[in-house]
Ligand binder design. Structure first.
Ligand SMILES: Nc1ncnc2c1ncn2[C@@H]1O[C@H](COP(=O)(O)OP(=O)(O)OP(=O)(O)O)[C@@H](O)[C@H]1O
Length: 754
């Protein structure tokens, strides 16, 4: 058969499948409408039943049964609707481009042809028209070369003879490109995908997943999967496809709510938000480190890494660096715990529990209870015993108070509805002491804030305890005087309800240790992108918080924008050390996909170990360095460059070292409507010219990037290298570096100088 005949045959199949998808969508839409009406009717019915029956107390038993039944009906109907909705979404995702791959295999002497797409499609008779890319057999599309290959199935390894691997690019149900290959995914289609312009949202890469990326996506056995990937190597993409893969493979035990992604900022969260829906999956939970901490330390303003970066001087004093490195290490948390254990006789710092403006339990009472506990017990045990005694005392108080006149008077004052509510809520049966039971329940509600305070350990003051431990810690990092000054500044910060990032983590860890709390056993997977921004203390705390979670950690040691000015240890080595004893798999991604070969080659020549980065063979313009003699010329040139680039590209980002520089650049543009100054509160990036500090552009990409003022004054030495490298690697198609006066010495070894 000639190539044209083959293409024609494949096109006929595409058209046939497209028709089937359309029919199925129409059918599902109709079923969905029916299901919706059904749910609506059940809801209405449910509402009416509740209204009628809960009025009369005697009907309660009957009502309960009926309500339960109605509830089940509602749940079933909603579930049914959700399934149909998700089916429809999957079908819609197949519309226009039903599949991207075909494999011909021989298994047990039987020939089979399989087509691979973003989800499964079956004919009415159960025949598979499209296989989901995550199905076990689809793995050989990404990994295997022709010949004998194996793939994992739930029953062990299966062997097949892979006879053909065909790739398609199908757009609007027309085959644009199609060819047979022996490679993972041939360059041609990848070239075409990567040449597209940047988008507000990241796209899924299932059609062109590469071998190494596939290993990350399909790993199910590591406790910690650690990926060192060069800029643009598909780390973020791999995270998202991996989430989709895990959801597919553990459908019965895993759902999107049991997966948490720590993302660098809100812009990034929005940027990746469309990938999972495009694969028919719900998004996992997303949180920034600061949101995670602030949620756990309510009422305290925790400094962000961005705030600190903005405040940091160029040359940090050595003592500041030493203290910082110590407090950011995992050892610091261990030392804190150790110091607590060594101070057995010390009374923890307690707080009054205030109720209606007055202390209900005073800190002296609480301390007295704590001190009564045998010091042979561990501190968390003594704390727990204290807490239990306080809860018992509260219960006793409720029991004793129930016959007090003021309580009886309050009950007499209750209106019928509230009175009835207490009876219903607590299943109180009619009896001679019904009134006392009602009084007790009433008091429980009244004293609920006290109970809450006890359950949530509000009677313990972790801030004062932390300061106490720091004061008593054996440290030889800095002189006692410097250490003491550091403690005083924490004290002042706490007074002002503020905390530095490393103090916040240490306090959380300490609080969790003493109160034996803070763990979430439900979460099964934690993903952390931009791992180079995390300290070992933070990772230790996150691991402690999610004890059942497998960790997927991805980053690039060369993009250490926020801590490179003082960090002294390789982040990947430090992580391996932290997780010693766990099953850690380390994967390196060296191939960069984002940028043209010219941009990647330029960017990597900034690095000492440039060989680690491999550029992708996509041709483009050579990066340019524009040098201007004075400030006036500089800003004129910068503006001119940006305007020229917007004629050609949709998004042009001017990336600066910090927010102040971004604001300065923005001011020079005056009120040009094409220009947007992006700050940390932005949730999405518009098209046009964007001005922003580099740390907000982490993980993002733009058609064209202009590096602002890459001069010797602004980027004086190797401590600025990571920042400059990160700026350059955000560019997909065009990179221009503008310099006022003398270029940065970092540019000396780059491939071009003009
Ligand atoms: N296999 C692939 N097929 C198609 N596109 C890919 C592939 N891998 C990566 N890309 C594209 O390359 C670009 C960079 O990918 P991604 O953002 O995931 O890389 P990264 O390693 O997280 O980058 P960085 O660390 O620089 O932020 C994206 O546009 C992504 O779609």
């Amino acid at each position: 058969m000639t190539i044209n005949e083959t293409k024609e045959e494949e096109q006929t199949r595409v058209s046939k499948i497209a028709q089937k998808i359309d029919n199925k969508i129409a059918q599902t839409t109709e079923n969905l409408e029916k299901a919706h009406t059904e749910t609506h009717n059940i809801y209405r019915n449910y509402g009416e039943n509740i209204k009628v029956n809960t009025f009369e107390v005697d009907d309660k038993m009957e009502t309960n049964a009926s309500v339960q039944q109605q509830k089940q009906l509602v749940t079933l109907a909603v579930e049914n609707e959700n399934i149909l909705e998700s089916n429809k979404q999957q079908l819609e995702n197949l519309q226009g481009s039903p599949y991207f791959g075909r494999i011909d295999v021989v298994e047990d002497n039987e020939e089979d042809t399989l087509y691979i797409g973003t989800s499964t499609l079956q004919d009415d008779d159960g025949e598979f028209l499209i296989y989901d890319w995550r199905a076990p057999i689809s793995g050989i599309y990404y990994n295997g070369i022709l010949g004998k290959v194996s793939y994992s199935t739930p029953n062990g390894k299966a062997e097949v003879d892979l006879k053909k691997k065909r790739q398609f690019q199908i757009i609007n149900n027309k085959i644009r490109t199609m060819f047979d290959t022996n490679e993972t995914v041939g360059d041609e289609i990848l070239q075409s995908v990567l040449s597209e312009y940047s988008d507000e949202y990241m796209k899924n890469i299932v059609a062109t997943i590469q071998h190494e990326q596939n290993t990350i996506i399909r790993d199910t056995h590591s406790d910690v999967l650690l990926v060192q990937g060069v800029a643009g190597s598909g780390k973020t993409s791999a995270i998202l496809q991996r989430v989709a893969y895990l959801l597919y493979h553990s459908r019965s035990t895993l759902d999107a709510d049991k997966i948490v992604l720590f993302s660098p900022n809100r812009l990034f969260s929005n940027y990746i938000s469309e990938v999972l829906p495009s694969l028919g999956e719900r998004n996992m939970r997303q949180v920034t480190l600061n949101e995670f901490i602030s949620f756990r330390l309510t009422g305290i303003q925790v400094e962000t890494l961005f705030d600190r970066y903005e405040k940091d001087e160029r040359n940090l004093p050595q003592t500041t660096i030493d203290i910082r490195l110590f407090k950011e290490s995992a050892d610091f948390l261990t030392t804190l715990e150790q110091t607590e254990k060594e101070n057995k006789e010390h009374t923890l710092y307690f707080e009054d529990i205030i109720f209606e403006g007055k202390p209900f339990f005073t800190k002296e009472e609480i301390s007295e209870i704590y001190n009564r506990q045998n010091t042979a017990f561990s501190i968390p045990d003594r704390f727990l015993k204290t807490k239990n005694i306080l809860i018992k005392q509260l219960k006793r108080r409720i029991h004793n108070d129930r016959d007090e006149d003021w309580v009886q008077a309050e009950i007499d004052n209750l209106n019928d509805e509230d009175f009835q509510q207490i009876i219903t809520d607590n299943n109180i049966e009619e009896s001679t002491n019904q009134r006392s039971i009602i009084a007790e329940e009433f008091l429980k509600e009244r004293y609920a804030p006290i109970y809450n305070a006890l359950i949530n350990n509000y009677f313990f003051d972790p801030y004062k305890e932390y300061v106490f431990l720091l004061t008593n810690m054996n440290q030889d990092i800095v002189s006692n005087k410097v250490w003491q000054t550091m403690i005083e500044s924490i004290d002042q910060n706490v007074e002002a309800h503020k905390l530095g990032l490393s103090d916040a983590i240490a306090i959380l860890y300490l609080r969790d240790f003493i109160t034996d709390s803070g763990t979430n056993h439900n979460i099964q997977h934690i993903f952390i992108d931009e791992i180079q921004d995390y300290t070992m203390a933070q990772l230790k705390y996150i691991s402690h918080s999610f004890p059942n979670a497998k960790m997927t950690l991805l980053g690039d040691r060369a993009q250490d924008v926020l801590t490179s000015s003082y960090r002294n240890k390789d982040v990947i080595d430090a992580i391996c050390e932290l997780y010693q004893g766990k099953k850690v798999t380390t994967i390196n991604l060296n191939q960069s996909y984002r940028s043209t070969a010219e941009i990647t080659d330029f960017a990597k020549s900034l690095l000492p170990n440039a060989k680690e980065v491999k550029s992708f063979s996509r041709k483009g313009e050579i990066p340019s360095i524009k040098v201007f003699d004075d400030e006036t010329d500089y800003y004129m040139g910068l503006k001119q460059t940006a305007r020229e680039l917007t004629d050609k590209y949709e998004t042009v980002a001017i990336l600066t070292r910090n927010q102040a520089q971004a604001e300065q650049v923005y001011t020079h543009f005056g009120d040009e409507s094409l220009v947007t100054l992006v700050d940390a509160d932005f949730r999405s990036v518009p098209k046009g010219i964007l001005v922003m500090p580099i740390y907000l552009a982490k993980g993002l990409e733009f058609d064209a990037v202009i590096g602002h003022d890459i001069s010797a004054a602004n980027y004086p030495d190797s401590r600025s290298r990571d920042t400059l490298y990160t700026i350059c690697t955000r560019a997909m198609h065009n990179l221009t570096l503008c310099v006022e006066k003398v270029p940065s010495p970092l540019l000396e070894h780059t491939k071009i100088t003009n």
